[in-house]
Design a protein. Structure first.
Length: 126
């Protein structure tokens, strides 16, 4: 999951810079970093230090949730909140969801399984 968060941060920074026409040099100066560091983030070679995330959020005028791609339960609404509460209580389902998010093999197997189910459903509806 951490790898996914780091990737999201790098992509968010890159997209923000492209959208707002900000150069590596401009961001480097604003954050007191070397231009090569910014370039490495944008190429997803490495990601910013966690202690710098608030500086980045301030510069890009975004929330930590937007920058990291994390979703906090207290910000959810209605049905999404209820579903989230059920998932939190169901350990096996929660573990499965985490495995799906973090493991490419699990994700591939689940996707194949859903395709098979969908094809059976289509055949039965004919």
């Amino acid at each position: 999951m951490v790898k996914g968060i780091k990737l999201h941060i790098c992509e968010y920074i890159d997209n923000y810079m492209i959208k707002n026409k900000i150069t590596n040099t401009e961001l480097a100066k604003a954050l007191n970093y070397k231009t090569t560091s910014i370039l490495r983030w944008r190429r997803k070679i490495c990601s910013p230090d966690i202690n710098e995330l608030q500086k980045l959020c301030d510069f890009m005028n975004c929330t930590p949730e937007e920058l990291t791609g994390l979703d906090y339960p207290e910000k959810r609404k209605g049905e999404e909140k209820e579903l989230s509460a059920k998932i939190e209580k169901d350990y096996l389902f929660r573990k499965f969801c985490l495995d799906y998010l973090e493991n490419d093999k699990v994700r591939a197997l689940v996707n194949v399984y859903f395709k098979v189910l969908d094809s059976h459903k289509s055949k039965n509806n004919r």
